[in-house]
Structures are given as structure tokens and as C-alpha cells.
Design a protein around this ligand. Sequence first.
Ligand code: WAQ
Ligand code: MG
Length: 254
Amino acid sequence: MLYSVRMRAAQGADHQDGGRHISGAERLVRQEQVAEQSRMMLERAFCHSRGQADYIHITVERVPEEAVRCIRLLPVTTIKAADVDAGRKAAKSALLAAGVKQQAVNAGMEQLLALPDSMRGAMLLCAETGKRLDGAGERGVRVSRMDVADQAALSAWLDRQALNQLHVREAVVLAAKVASTTGIIAELCWSDDPEYTAGYVACSTGYTRLSPLKPYGSPQGGRVFFVQPGSRLVEIIRYLEQQPVLAEVPEEEF
Ligand code: WAQ
Ligand code: MG
């Protein structure tokens, strides 16, 4: 039996009462790991670089194993940019290459940059017009119920690429679930952690890390998912929030 263990932490007030988002986490683990994961999430919320949390929710929920869908992590490439402007330009090119229209690429970048502070979830935008599609407002849509099938295999795979650290471990799983969603063609992300300046563009063919995508010290980050026109939004959001997913590392290329 698997358990979804998830955390969201806010400062000043609870999220729904306008509190400031500090951090969140999503795991899908066996019962023996629930206590340790919850403890680690609490610690994270209490000593986060965005500030100390005042309101912390940890949810533990049983997930039937037969409901789990298996997916694959995306191959990772890294682009080092000279500065933030060059990084964002490269991100825009990667989104265009993934099939997002120029107008939507520009809108996605603008909407992320216009956020007054970070949201706890993601914005869903039309990949053609750039119009915001979800009605989730300042909360955004939160991708949940995902993990890797084998933590050791993930470590080995990331170690080989000198990328085995928490930001990457979590982001590659989230990006794989998003890319596996019927109707989503690409994702743009950068962290809201002030000290973490890298981000990525992901689509079904790969996860392109871009560094830097924001200036050091900025607490402003977020995620945009680009939706193919004509997709069923309700189904997309149900999949992102509800469908349990375990990701496997990609086959080695020789
Ligand atoms: N579902 C939807 N949106 C989320 C989720 C989620 N489960 N978790 C985070 N977000 C959104 C939310 O708006 C956050 O403010 C924003 O993403 C950033 O979250 O390859 O660390 O956890 O070097 O700060 C990417 C680069 C790191 C990793 C991303 O994001 C690499 C990161 P953070
Ligand atoms: Mg963060």
C-alpha cells in the first residue's frame, strides 16, 4: 500500500486566508516511510530560505496501488546562460520548439514575472493565445500524488549527471508527470527559493535546465503549463491533482 504524503506551509496566515506561500512537498511512499517523510517535511517548512512557516499542513492519504500509473522521467540537458536575459531567451526558444506559439510564450513569461509573490500551484495557459485557463486564481493548480518508483535508481541516475540534489530530484518527477498529461505540451518553471536561480522548460521529449532564469536573491518563481487548444481542462486538472504516478529513470543511451 502506498501513501500520498504532502505538505504546504505558509507565513502570516493559512494559505486560504491569504498567508504567504513558503514551501510545499509531494511524495508517494510506503507506510514505513510515512513518519520519516512527514518529519523531514516539517523540518523543511521550519527552516526554509523563504522564511519560517507559521501554518503547516501535512496530509497523509492512502493510495491504492492498482491506481498507480507508471511513467518515465525525461532526459535532462543543461544550458548555461551568460545572464538572466540570455537564460530567459533560451527558455523562450525551447518553448517555441516544443510547439507553444509566440504569443503564448510571451504571455507565460510575462505572467510569471508579474506575480507579486509565489503561488503554491501552477498556472494553466492556452498554448496558442496565452490566455489563463484554470480558475485557480492565486492558489494555482497543484500537481500531487507523484514520486519515483526507485529512490536509489534516481540517485544513481542523477549522480552520473552530477545533479543529485533535492531541487532537481523533485523537479524531474513533477515535470515528468506534467509532460505525461494528455493536452499539456510544455512547462516553464523557475524556483521561488531566493538562492536557487535555475529553472527549466520541459516537454514530452526532454527536460532542459536553464541557468540562470532569475536573479540571485529573488523570492519570485512559479510554474506555467501550456495547454493544447481543444483539450479537456477538467480532465487535465483531475490528472495533475489526483492521478497517482510513479516515475522510472530513462533507459540508458549508449
Ligand atoms: N504543483 C504545481 N506547482 C508547483 C508545485 C506543485 N506540486 N510545487 C511548486 N509549484 C510551483 C509554485 O508556484 C512554486 O512557487 C514554484 O512552482 C516553484 O517551486 O533542474 O525548486 O519548489 O536545477 O521552488 C527547478 C530547477 C527548481 C531544478 C524548481 O521549484 C533544476 C523548484 P519550487
Ligand atoms: Mg520553493
